[in-house]
Design a protein. Structure first.
Length: 313
């Protein structure tokens, strides 16, 4: 049985790991209540904690001793500080998409929760493979994604996806046109393709998950990437064309077409692809289940929640 002093310390740790992300979110909203633009100084300053956090996670991924735990803890908190600025921005930039905002808020707590488990590993001198895997996967995915988004590659990719989406729409429906990244149907403006419409977010998730696995050969990595990235790219062109069709023909408004129908379809597709890649690379499933079971380590946060909700296990 824990001593009263030990219980007090545990409660303090649990409270701290809830308080920190909450403060981050409050200050994130105060500082960035609305979208910023690429030429703004504010968004340039935001890139510093963003890339710093991802770089620290990458460095910690390669360091296998206690220093690696400390570096990853710092990386998660720095990246969480960046992420705390995003919920309001994602909500407003996506025309009031509450789903993105909620994901952004939960993301801050999740990132800090992973940092907390790195701290537990440091205290207990334990090595948990999935904690290192998720740090590496996040670093790879984040650096690839933001590295593309912040360079001319992102603009080039957006333009190519716009052209190909319009080509798909014209092939299936006909009577579509494109001007820059603006797609029209039957002479009526339908949609504008932006970087988020390239599906690069989904692709880098699989790149990170597969790339951070330590013990699979190159052949399985390449096959795993091919069976995920190629279908994602092709299906995304169909998704863009579908949204343009639904909006251009006035079947429904953009919010329903893009934020409900389109995102539901994308989620189902990603789940199916995840099951397929797990069949080929079962190590991914092992790491995912390790993350799901982190709460079973019964640290201060878990003990505090069990006390609140009356669980004795």
């Amino acid at each position: 049985m824990d001593s009263p002093l030990k219980k007090a310390e545990s409660n303090s740790v649990a409270f701290l790991f809830i308080l920190i992300p909450t403060i981050m979110l409050i200050f994130g909203y105060i500082l960035f209540p609305e979208p910023t633009y690429s030429e703004d100084l504010s968004i340039i300053l935001l890139q510093i904690p963003m890339f710093l956090g991802l770089i620290l996670l990458g460095i910690g991924f390669f360091i296998k001793n206690s220093i690696g735990n400390i570096v990853k803890i710092l990386g998660w908190f720095v990246f969480a500080a960046y992420w705390a600025t995003q919920p309001a921005i994602m909500y407003l930039s996506e025309d009031g998409d509450i789903f993105n905002a909620v994901v952004g808020i939960l993301g801050v707590y999740i990132l800090c929760y992973i940092a907390y488990h790195e701290w537990i590993s440091l205290e207990r001198k334990e090595k948990i493979s999935c904690l290192n895997w998720i740090a590496g996967a996040s670093s790879i995915a984040g650096i690839v994604y933001f590295g593309i988004e912040r360079t001319a590659i992102g603009t080039w990719l957006t333009e190519r996806v716009a052209e190909q989406s319009e080509w798909v729409l014209n092939l299936i429906i006909g009577n579509s046109e494109i001007s820059g990244t603006h797609i029209s149907l039957d002479g009526n403006y339908a949609v504008t393709i932006i970087f988020a419409c390239t599906a690069i977010q989904a692709m880098v998730v699989f790149i990170g998950m597969i790339g951070a696995l330590p013990k699979i050969n190159l052949k399985r990595r390449i096959i795993g990437l091919m069976i995920t990235l190629i279908p994602i790219y092709i299906l995304n062109l169909l998704r863009n064309a579908m949204v343009a069709f639904l909006v251009g023909r006035d079947i429904t408004d953009f919010f329903i077409a893009h934020n409900v129908i389109s995102k539901l379809g994308a989620l189902i597709t990603l789940i199916i692809l995840l099951f397929i890649v797990i069949k080929l690379i079962p190590e991914i499933f092992d790491e995912i289940m390790c993350l799901v079971d982190l709460h079973k380590r019964n640290g201060p946060i878990e003990k505090a929640f069990k006390k609140i909700f009356g669980s004795k296990k």
